[in-house]
Design a protein around this ligand. Structure first.
Ligand SMILES: CC(C)(COP(=O)(O)OP(=O)(O)OC[C@H]1O[C@@H](n2cnc3c(N)ncnc32)[C@H](O)[C@@H]1OP(=O)(O)O)[C@@H](O)C(=O)NCCC(=O)NCCS
Length: 133
């Protein structure tokens, strides 16, 4: 339980980019939540931050350092925190953490993290320069 609330420290955003509930439809035949479902939620969170920063369309070009620390269970509230670590000419590196909370409990646990790279793209899908803030 030592990592409770760590996402809210060290400069991480206090508001999740995405918050959702893990549902039975997100499980494999054994009843466990798919890692791929969680990765999709993380991609959505990173994409939300990227699109906002780049003020337009972006695409995922790489995902590095994906780690699954703990499992997610059906009914868990899952919160995705996204923070932009660096901005290049056309690309951004976005650190995403996923945290779970049981429906009937206040304890929260970091379940996954990864570094997403997004590229700002134009209407033809080609890289475009990211505007200054
Ligand atoms: C994203 C895409 C348009 C980039 O095109 P590209 O020709 O590789 O672009 P460039 O080589 O000019 O690189 C653009 C930027 O991305 C970065 N980049 C490219 N490949 C990268 C990689 N594997 N890892 C990290 N950064 C990468 C470059 O460093 C560059 O960053 P900068 O401008 O900030 O210096 C192209 O790779 C693409 O369409 N990929 C598919 C994206 C997609 O469909 N994603 C969803 C998957 S379902």
């Amino acid at each position: 339980m030592g990592d409770i609330d760590v996402a809210l420290e060290d400069g991480c955003p206090t508001e999740p980019a995405v918050r959702t509930i893990a549902m039975p439809a997100d499980t494999n035949p054994a009843g466990d939540i798919f890692g791929g479902w969680l990765m999709a939620q993380m991609d959505l969170a990173a994409g939300n931050a990227a699109t906002r920063r780049a003020r337009g369309r972006c695409a995922t070009v790489a995902v590095d350092g994906m780690v699954f620390h703990r499992p997610v269970f059906v009914g868990d509230e899952v919160s995705l925190y996204a923070s932009i670590e660096s901005v290049g000419r056309t690309s951004m590196k976005i650190h995403v953490e996923a945290w779970r909370r049981s429906r009937n409990d206040e304890d929260r646990f970091k379940v996954t993290e990864a570094l997403f790279t997004f590229v700002a793209i134009d209407e033809h899908g080609r890289p475009r320069a990211i505007p200054t803030e």
